[in-house]
Design a protein around this ligand. Sequence first.
Ligand code: PLP
Length: 452
Amino acid sequence: MTDRDFDTQDWQVRDRAHYLHPFTDHAGLRQTGSRIAAHAEGIHVWDTDGNRMIDGLSGLGCVNLGYGRRELVEAVAREMAELSYCPSFFRTSHRAAITLAETLTGLLPDHLNHVFFQSSGSEANETAMRLVRRFWDLEGRPEKRVIIARELAYHGSTHMAASLSGIPPMYGAGGDVPLPGVVHIRTPYRYRHGRDMDPAEFGVVAARWLEEKILEIGPDRVAAFVAEPAQSAGGAICPPETYWPEIQRICRKYDVLLVLDEVVMGFGRTGKWFGHRYYGIEPDLMQLGKGITSGYLPLSATVISDRVADVLIDKGGEWAHGYTYSGHPACCAVALENIRILTEERIVERAEAELVPAFAAGIRSFVDHPLIGDCRSVGLMGGLEIVRDKATGEAFPYEAHVGDHCSAEALKRGLALRANGDTMSLMPPLVTTPDQIAEIFAIAREAIDATA
Ligand code: PLP
């Protein structure tokens, strides 16, 4: 390394000059400059000034295995040396993609036997939505077109994925978003929509919002319901146990496909391998991403039930959909190695037994904190919602940006957590130790105390 490699100011000037970042206020960034990440190991990331930060977010909910695992690096290098690229078009296939598709279906329920690959969660949602409409067309029911999604959802930034998302600022970000035929219902956000209700009762009430919407539109026009098992970017919104069984019943009753976005929840986030296992959901389609490679390379998968795949294959002819990097060999190889490590080292099972109880207790320890209105978690995803008035739940005004202040205070103290509005979200890697969990919550507390 040369001195220039560690000259932060030099990097910041060059960063500003040419690099547009995702989801960033670039005028604001000009005032502060970027933190320039230099290297990472385990759950820690170091910047070019040598500051160490605990990654309480697993990158963006993807680095489930932590940073710097040599086996993953070597798996990529091996595959790249062997087969650096291979299209899956033109009746060509390759061993890494075949093995990964087989491995994934082996991990999933019996009715999910088909896998389509792409590079990102957004693309996985695009694939799922095109497939839903293709399915109903092939079934001779083209009028079944409306997709129901939820408020506060995040499903990605392409046109359809942004449309599915229930975050209004995204609609002004360019394009005719939301696209026609996508509608939103309320999400099972008990703190804001049913605080006085018993959780079990609220779960059923919240699920019935779907039924009401289906009946309002007409069941013959509704193609699918799309949701995350628990909402991550929405602010760690974890539904009561009664929510999903009722949603499943409603989808079956009206023949509405259930499409589950497991891009964040898949691969251990809930303490089970997948969110559908945790909540007992049987989806028709399922999107996986992020933790599928622990973030080492970009890959996502749309998993398709026999019911949908049989129609596509038997009645569909060519399906004109796909990406240059669908099933890239190196991405498939790193996913296989990631799954091998998760399995052989029993990472998910150990996280469930050793970390989830400590994490849940850490979240709950804020119950009496004067600034925290609600604290909630599922598995290793949790949220602490900052409020101005604990008694009434009144939020701080938007302009106060308390969430952003809190995350800045945490960062000063060496912890990355995320402000989803005023909810401070945590999603540590599955390889965090119990001591590190304690450290995370100690810093989070200092940061919240310093916020308002
Ligand atoms: N779905 C969910 C639930 C997500 O949280 C995200 C990203 O955060 C996406 C989809 C989009 O994934 P990507 O950013 O890989 O396109």
